[in-house]
Design a binder for this molecule. Sequence first.
Ligand code: C2E
Ligand code: MG
Ligand code: MG
Ligand code: MG
Length: 282
Amino acid sequence: RAKALGKARSEVFEAKMHQKARNRLMVESELKLGLEDGQVIPYFQPLVDMKSGYIAGFEALARWRHPVHGILGPGYFIEIAEETGLINPLGLTMLEQACLAGRKWKALAQNKQGLLMSVNLSVRQFASPTLLEDIAEILAKTGYPPHLIKLEVTESGIMANAEASVKLLNSLANMGLKLSIDDFGTGYSSLSYLHRFPFDSLKVDQCFVGRMQEKEENKKIVQTIVGLAHDMAKEVIAEGIETKAQFEILRDMKCEYGQGFLFARPLPAKEAEDLLVQSPRW
Ligand code: C2E
Ligand code: MG
Ligand code: MG
Ligand code: MG
């Protein structure tokens, strides 16, 4: 009986796997067409200068405007894009659209330097032999100044491929781009390695920010990351700020930038532009 049950279970499992594989294929082919059709667009979430309370820039976060299912978040397609190589055109179109938005909104920037546009770069893109040329081409085409573009690479991604990452990140830094280590604190960096990466800022993962008040330990982790970054003369961005209290704690810690639902959710381009026009101050 146990055996029969086991067999039934494995059949259910197999059916599920088939279903999953089919979904995956469907998403892959639809995503490929969607990318060609311009369905993958950035939503923009403000990066707030903690000291002045003004908008310093935006992080571009991918959304798939699916013709049937509506707006889909990255949880639905980034992993598949990474596994199939579609992350290459996806990452590039995100960069291009972010540069174009930054250029369009230039006159609305609250600080004179212009808007800092942050774009996520997957380490899977490092495998593309044309990555550097492709990025250079977008910079040339859009004319957006590289020092106002920040590429966010996750700590876990960098660590999974440290040698290749050091090389690529150095090339990107040499192009004048700013670099940020995303989701910092979750990827088990060896601190001796950190010195080898030419990054400009660390992004404290939202899991620590979210539970700062719940657990003193998390507050200490954030404090330690901020101290570490400042000792290395790097800036800190705290993500996932949802409450005024979190904002104040992080501001007192001298965190340079903040991002989170307290300020705004990721917004469609038009709404992000409207927000800039309002010129809010937190
Ligand atoms: P991430 O780069 O760490 O982006 C921050 C995520 O936290 C975003 O989720 C954002 O909506 C969410 N978030 C921001 N503030 C808050 C807050 O106060 N509370 C909470 N609970 N969440 C907050 P999103 O847009 O779903 O993106 C998830 C992840 O998908 C990103 O994490 C990034 O790793 C990846 N991703 C998004 N767009 C791209 C892209 O264009 N390329 C690549 N390679 N990855 C992307
Ligand atoms: Mg990011
Ligand atoms: Mg992050
Ligand atoms: Mg994240």
